[in-house]
Ligand binder design. Structure first.
Ligand code: UN1
Length: 513
């Protein structure tokens, strides 16, 4: 059968059968165990990556700390120029990288391309930002004094990313960190190591072409034990970690124990509220893409649909109809809407969630199940399911990284829906579907959604890079990407300069000698 151009893509990206998992940009090496990457698309072994040992890691940190000393002295707009070239390379390799993302992770090719586009967008953003790393100036209370603040590069930034966005999340962090004058050490998820190899190869080309030293972009590979090298390393002032709440709590404590900074982007339990004034057609499109896009494996996936009782039956039948149109299968085939889950462990969690929620009293309205037979040999393809449930069910409170959508009914005023929406430990993305100004404004108000992202008349997933991305509560509080998210990648310094011959003290304090 057709390989959908995968072999060609691997060649374009320099991904080999066996790859060194440790790289400083100019050199690659590795002495650790082999990680095998199997595609959830067809169950085939795509390639192997040698993981990073402690000794390998020490070499990386030597390269990174040395590179930082020179990289931080390059003017920020010149660092922006390097990021611009990186963005151009991504444009050249967009199809190849999008394909690899689709094949190794399992999201649709369209979404794979979208992820690479997100990388390109953050590069563009970072290039502009490289001339806008502004601090404020203040008027001093003391005569003949000037006060201002400036942002300096921070140092080595550690990036731990998840399988579901195997390339974009790294780029959000790294493009900003680079223009801010930092160097990066990246540990991608051990479930998608070849995406890491491909990205590092693209970055390395740019560094070689510009005669830059090794150590500006570094790659390490392995499981949480390799991540721990970084979280416990006081040479790394900032750890940016994306993944589960469980992982985030461990990372946060390890980094806090050495008083480092962490930027956490953890689980979501995202809801769309559909009010009596909702546009039903838009609600259906938003909810279906939000729930089944990326097979429900985005942190922003729609997990709960909170529907007013007056439109409940209408919304229900429209969404049930839409689910019947969904085509599940090879994500590289653009006729399919839904690809596989990342691995069989994820399939088990999905099955378990459906079993549990039924035990709790949930009522299945769109049957789930694991697909088998031709085209489904990997065992990772599941049917998107819908369950009528109650807000306080354990499974409804829990983030299951799979296409399971819970229908929750509310009655009365919008406040009741907001209470349900906020009644979970996670606080990432949220949305309201309404044409009623009062409801929309209430949802966005201080008494409204408690999430980092709150949308009106669009779904929960698909945030753009121009805004700050992240969430509150157990989502971890970090913000990545646009707005002023760059500030966490820099250290702030307040400066006061006295240009007189007197030495007046602040607060009018007298201290005469
Ligand atoms: C994630 O799932 O980790 O808003 C990130 C979105 C994407 C990013 C998701 N832009 O769905």
């Amino acid at each position: 059968g057709t390989d959908f151009g995968i072999n060609e893509a691997l060649k374009t990206l320099g991904v080999k059968t066996i790859n060194e998992g440790t790289s400083t940009g100019l050199t690659t090496f590795s002495n650790g165990d082999i990680i095998e990457s199997y595609s959830p698309v067809d169950g085939q072994l795509i390639g192997k990556v040698k993981s990073t040992t402690k000794a390998d890691y020490e070499k990386v940190m030597d390269a990174a700390t040395t590179a930082f000393k020179s990289w931080r002295t390059m003017p920020a707009p010149q660092r922006g120029e390097i990021v611009r070239q990186f963005g151009d390379k991504l444009r050249e390799k967009k199809e190849a990288l999008g394909k690899l993302v689709s094949y190794e992770m399992g999201k649709s090719y369209q979404e794979g391309l979208g992820e690479v586009q997100e990388m390109i967008d953050i590069c563009d953003f970072a290039v502009g930002l490289s001339r806008q790393l502004h601090g404020l100036t203040m008027h001093s209370e003391r005569p003949g004094h000037r006060m201002y603040e400036q942002y300096h590069p921070l140092g080595v930034v550690g990036i731990i990313s998840a399988f579901n966005f195997p390339v974009a999340v790294w780029a959000w962090n790294t493009a900003l960190a680079w223009v801010c004058g930092d160097v990066c050490v990246w540990k991608p998820s051990e479930k998608v190591p070849l995406c890491g190899i491909a990205c590092q190869n693209i970055a390395a080309e740019v560094f070689v072409e510009n005669n830059l030293p090794e150590g500006i972009s570094n790659l390490i590979n392995g499981d949480y034990r390799v991540g721990e090298f970084m979280t416990k390393d006081s040479r790394i002032p900032l750890i940016s970690a994306t993944g589960s709440i469980r992982m985030g709590k461990i990372v946060a404590q390890e980094v806090a124990a050495r008083l480092g900074k962490s930027l956490l982007e953890l689980g979501g339990n995202n809801a769309i509220i559909a009010t009596p004034d909702a546009d039903i057609k838009m609600t259906v499109i938003g909810a279906v893409f939000g729930a089944v896009g990326t097979a429900g494996q985005r942190c922003t996936s729609t997990r709960r649909l909170i529907i007013h009782e007056s439109i409940y039956d209408k919304v229900k039948s429209a969404i049930v109809d839409a689910y019947k149109q969904l085509r599940i299968g090879n994500p590289l085939d653009e006729n399919n809407h839904v690809g596989p889950l990342i691995d069989k462990e994820a399939v088990e969690m999905y099955q378990n969630a459906l079993e549990q929620v039924v035990k709790e009293g949930g009522h299945i309205i769109i049957e789930g199940g694991v697909l088998s037979g031709e085209g489904y040999e990997s065992g990772c393809y599941v049917k998107p399911a819908i369950v009528e449930a109650k807000p306080d069910f354990k499974m409804v409170q829990h983030e299951t990284f799979a296409p399971v959508l819970y229908f929750l009914k509310y009655s009365g005023a919008i406040e009741n829906a907001i209470e349900i929406q906020n009644g979970v430990v996670q606080g990432l993305s949220s949305a309201i579907m309404t044409n009623n100004l009062r409801e929309a404004e209430r949802f966005l108000s201080v008494q409204g959604s408690d999430c980092g992202i709150a949308n009106v008349n669009i779904g929960t997933s698909g945030a753009e890079i121009g805004g700050a991305f992240g969430g509150e509560k157990e989502t971890g509080g970090g913000r990545e990407s646009g707005s002023d998210a760059w500030k966490i990648y820099m250290r702030r310094q307040t400066n006061t300069i006295n240009y007189t011959t007197e030495l007046p003290l602040a607060q009018g304090i007298k201290f005469d000698l």
